[in-house]
Design a protein around this ligand. Sequence first.
Ligand code: ASP
Length: 440
Amino acid sequence: MSLTSRILLAMGAGILTGSLLNVLLHGVGLPAALNSVLDTYLVGGLFDVVGRIFVASLKLLVVPLVLVSLVCGSSSLGDSARIGPIAGKTMLFYLATTAIAVSVALAFAVLVGPGTGVNLVGNASYVAAEAPPLSDVLVNIFPTNPVQAMAEGKMLQIIVFALLLGYAISHAGEPGRRIAGFFRDMEAVVMKMVDILMHLAPYGVFALLAKLFATMGIGAILDLATYFFTVLAVLLFHVLVTYSLLLRGLTGLSPRILLSKMRPVWAFAFSTASSGATLPITLRTVERRLGVHNTVAGFTVPLGATINMDGTAIMQGVATVFIAQVYGMDLSMGAYITVVITATLASIGTAAVPGVGLITLAMVLGQVGIPVEGIALIIGVDRLLDMVRTAVNVTGDSVGSVIVARSEKQLDEAVFLDESADQDADDDGRHGVPVTPPTA
Ligand code: ASP
């Protein structure tokens, strides 16, 4: 069985096992002793530990991978001075798709009216976190100490440092060439670590999902069914319509091929609910299965994981309309435009970890004068939506990378079109390279 199938199977088995345990633990009144053994040792013990170790090992690879792959990418761009256009197109794609995402979300939500007739206001209590001033946000992109930036996992700071280092390497003559060789070797080694981890992924994905579904109260979805399914519908629309049209229109490539290659990445995004933790897998897929050259992918994927969150923006658009309707507030055209702008900015400021989209939603609500406590109304179903929107977030990064790479002639179309490219990294580390039988 291929690795992708095993990961997807583990995902299904995890959800099934977790849901079954949920019923056993909370529904059927098992003997107390058995209940506590299952709860403490299986769900809170084995599944919890395996899942957390899995996420920790994914995160472990993020900083080394972003650094080496961005240094490799920017140093091989060298004198061609393409980094400006690549950065410009990437930012344009990320911002434009996010703005489209919020606009579609607002339109759907206004049409469906998920909050009309819902009376939940009494339940709301939520204290919003203070957002930092914009000037600080800008200054904080520039690191004072690269080691500290890496220790704290500050992605934008690492990107700035890596770009500078790569640029300097390409302009430093012979010493630069030696260092560039070192980084290329390092990249191969770190990618190998990603491969090793992917082989363990079925266990990690299973444990994460089994634990989550065993403890999650699915009942909350019933109260918020219209909100929940509106968000889900817009997320689906964004992937199947917006991304597919953009990919087809701007590159002529088949969205079906791209989406089918994204399946393992979705499994990681869904089970971790973190674009950051999924980054190693996104990068590996974009480079090796979609054929985006490292010069582009090394920049677009880490940047996308950090600032491009269309799925999050969609949730924020629908949530704003939902909460306004629950509070019986009418939003003006000006308010909708404000929501598009602030949700686009909020998605940039949303950290690539679980649940942060809900925190930055406070900023959006605040801008249009909707009570921030309204966030409490949707917390119950947010985790499940977070898993799906994270999968959309990483899809946006991948589609953007392919489009930018294609426009920069940095896309290997043969790899993109080859449906089995690097399907499974084989154990001797060859990727997408046919294994030739030894000759006698
Ligand atoms: N979990 C999302 C991500 O990592 C962010 C969010 O919407 O909370 O992409």
